[in-house]
Design a protein around this ligand. Structure first.
Ligand code: NOJ
Length: 742
């Protein structure tokens, strides 16, 4: 059996190599026929007129340019009808080179999944991969070849609005999720009709924007770059990502788009990336505003030289590259390399065989928003919810409650559940696509339960006129559920915030609800960690529901009534106050570590706040209880070519079945450079029935102990290590140590 498998694998790779050779031949043949202008055309990407996240190219002549072969790709053209129309224009060009259709399919296409940060809270890699698979299947059926996802930027600063689009603060978790998402989007192979090309973004360190202000500069050591920010990109590449997108920010003074170190040395050099790099929207042109390029022509020069293959919406290549070639500043080889990378993908997608193969209206109707897809969305949505607090077993709610008051500005909203980057749904009739929280609750409660509603207030603003009605409503109920948070567009691109408190008067509404004396369950809907200390300290039960997508209402109702036992764990640290930011669990110790969280004086602490977060990375409760015991290490001394098996018993000692994300952390006690106080190095999501126990096993190998040493080499250093098993980064249940020998 083993022989057959190896043989089969060998044959598959020989076949893939042969196919690549023929594609390379085809690309070379085509390239020979192309004029310089046509080559440059392939490097040019324009938006359609649907939606935009930057100034749109004023170019009424787009359609003619396509006919002349001067555009290689379009974004924001969606639906088989339109992609077909545009492709027909490309087929009128001299060489009939098909267009690539790109779109920001970030968390679903029509069936919308939880925002990526929420999905990360599921720690369920299979579910996350499936979410991307469904999104790809829908998008590909709708004419899309290429999604601008996954975003794999590490997010340690919740002021940055785009943390909603990533997998949170941790490099290990982020890398696993990056891998899963690329696999999900690209499926078995490019060219399958249910696959889209992934585009890993934003290369690089966009998430480290100073002050959390979007598009801002980044000054970062090479060590932090390699250790914290690059690994998810590498993981995405290892998963076979077809394309990368560079980023708006500068890194140590050089804009990423014109950054030779990032794109030529690391990505295309050391990592041998064979796909192509697209600029971010207008980021080539923005090098002028950065003060890096004196004009658009200089920007075009820097970008192409640095390895940015395709120009999204800057018009820099279109109008300057030919001249730069004629002047001998840019060699034709550089242009050819970029063109080849793009053409190769068009061949791999099968577009030269049939440019309309993704524009099949019948398939589109069958795939979009079908029941199977919605089932997958509901599954991930439930798994993404994090139970932050549950005093007195307030949750789950009994199905025999007589009256429930469902209060708050988000209860009856549809779009509020979608979050940022859900642009493919039509603006009209949202209720046809999305299950609101109110709808979900109505689907759930039986005839004997009365459901009352009051809005209370808006998400923003200071109007408290609705409080009185909310109080009267709450007083009539057995339990109050209060749904508050951010509007769908308060986190996302260009949505940095300096104040992370619950917006408007929502926390006052929480106070008013608690003052009624009724049990109050809070739902926080948001695209980032928010600050809500009063609520966290006083409400008996809190679910962090993020933005859950089209099945939000059903998912929330399932969790509220215990039809699903919450299993999410936070992928980002929740600060007590904005002043603690950046705050992340895997920080260094410092020379004066605070001995406890209230320590003051000449230790590393604040005089006005604890060091600890409000809710730590990896934290999340369940309706059941898990007991950790019996930690065993297979050895306490290992050589670098040996492994240690770590095992322990996990028991469900509560009354209901549940899932626990068990987390393995490592601390390297001394190093040639200092190491974090603990680092996530593995995890498992384990399902246990009530009363059930399981032996959980992890393997620690050299890779898990390695880091970038003082010479920036990836290696493990001999010495003492701690191994910790935690229910979160701040709740270590079991601990032991071992030594790595010379
Ligand atoms: C700008 C964003 O930064 C990027 O992530 C996105 O893919 C492009 N706009 C295209 O919409």
């Amino acid at each position: 059996m083993k022989k057959i498998t190896t043989m089969t694998l060998l044959m598959i790779s020989i076949f893939a190599m042969a196919q690549q050779q023929t594609i390379d031949q085809k690309v070379n043949d085509l390239l020979k026929k192309m004029t310089l202008e046509e080559k440059i055309g392939q490097l040019n990407q324009y938006t359609g007129d649907n939606q935009a996240t930057g100034p749109i190219t004023i170019n009424p002549n787009k359609q003619n340019e396509i006919k002349q072969g001067l555009i290689g790709s379009m974004l924001n053209i969606i639906g088989t009808k339109y992609t077909r129309q545009y492709q027909e224009l490309a087929m009128q060009s001299r060489l009939k080179i098909p267009l690539l259709f790109a779109q920001d399919v970030i968390h679903g296409y029509k069936t919308t999944f939880p925002i990526p940060l929420a999905e990360a809270a599921s720690w369920d890699l299979a579910a996350i991969e499936l979410a991307a698979r469904v999104a790809a299947t829908e998008a590909a059926s709708s004419g899309i070849h290429w999604t601008f996802a996954p975003m794999v930027d590490i997010g340690r600063d919740p002021r940055w609005g785009r943390v909603m689009e990533g997998a949170g603060e941790d490099t290990y978790l982020g890398s696993k999720i990056a891998y899963a998402r690329v696999k999900g989007f690209q499926g078995n192979k490019l060219g399958d009709l249910n696959s889209v090309m992934a585009c890993v973004k934003h290369f690089a360190v966009y998430g480290a924007a100073t002050g959390g202000r979007d598009y801002n500069s980044v000054d970062m050591s090479e060590r932090m770059l390699w250790e914290t920010y690059l690994p998810p990109f590498k993981a995405a590449l290892d998963a076979g990502a077809a394309t990368f997108m560079n980023s708006f920010n500068d890194l140590n003074g050089i804009p990423a788009t014109g950054n030779v170190h990032l794109q030529r040395d690391i990505l295309k050099g050391k990592w041998n990336f064979q796909g192509f790099v697209v600029s971010d929207w207008g980021s080539i042109g923005e090098m002028v505003a950065h003060g890096y390029s004196k004009d658009l022509k200089a920007a075009a020069y820097s970008a192409i030289t640095a390895g940015s293959d395709m120009d999204m919406e800057s018009n820099a290549y279109r109008y300057n590259l030919a001249e730069l070639v004629k002047e001998g500043k840019v060699s034709v080889d550089v242009i050819d390399d970029a063109v080849k990378r793009i053409l190769r993908k068009k061949f791999e997608l099968g577009l030269f065989d049939d440019p309309y193969r993704y524009s099949d209206g019948k398939r589109e109707t069958k795939e979009l928003n079908n029941p199977e897809n919605r089932k997958a969305a509901l599954d991930v949505a439930k798994k993404s919810i994090v139970l932050l607090k549950n005093e007195n077993e307030t949750l789950p709610l009994s199905k025999n409650l007589k009256t429930i008051a469902f209060i708050g500005p988000i209860v009856k909203e549809y779009k509020a559940n979608m979050g940022f980057w859900a642009v493919e749904l039509p603006e009209v009739n949202y209720n046809k696509w999305v299950v609101s929280q109110w709808d979900g609750m109505q689907n759930k409660v039986g005839k004997n339960t009365k459901l009352l509603y009051a809005k209370g207030c808006e998400v923003t603003g200071d109007n408290k006129d609705g409080f009185a009605e909310a109080i009267v409503t709450a007083k009539q109920a057995d339990v109050v559920i209060l749904s508050i948070g951010e509007k769908h567009d308060m986190s996302g691109e260009a949505k940095s915030r300096s104040d992370l408190h619950l917006p408007g008067v929502q926390e006052d509404l929480v106070k008013a609800m608690i003052a009624t004396g009724k049990p109050v369950v809070i739902l926080v809907n948001a695209g980032r960690p928010l600050v809500f200390n009063y609520t966290a300290d006083n409400a008996p039960a809190i679910l962090y529901t993020w933005w859950l997508g089209t099945e939000a209402g059903n998912a929330i109702a399932d969790v509220l009534f215990g039809d699903y036992n919450p299993s999410g764990k936070l992928p980002m640290t929740f600060p007590r106050e904005v002043g603690q930011i950046p705050i992340y669990y895997n920080h260094f110790s410092t020379g004066r570590p605070a001995p406890d969280e209230d320590a003051k004086g000449y230790v590393s602490s604040y005089i006005d706040l604890k060091n600890s977060p409000k809710f730590p990375f990896g934290y999340g409760l369940s309706y059941t209880k898990f007991d950790y015991s019996g930690l065993k290490l297979s050895s306490v001394k290992i050589k670098s070519n040996e492994n240690i098996k770590v095992s322990f018993q996990l028991s469900n000692v509560g009354k209901v079945a549940g899932e626990e994300v068990v987390q393995l952390y490592i601390k390297d006690k001394f190093g040639s450079v200092v190491r974090p106080i603990l680092e996530l190095r593995d995890f498992q999501k384990v399902k246990l029935k009530a009363g059930e126990s399981k032996t959980i096993e992890f393997t620690i190998d050299k890779e898990k102990l390695s880091f970038y040493n003082d010479k920036l080499e990836w290696n493990a250093e001999p010495g003492d290590f701690e191994v910790m098993i935690g229910a979160s980064s701040a709740n270590i249940k079991l601990k032991s140590g071992f030594e790595l020998l010379e």
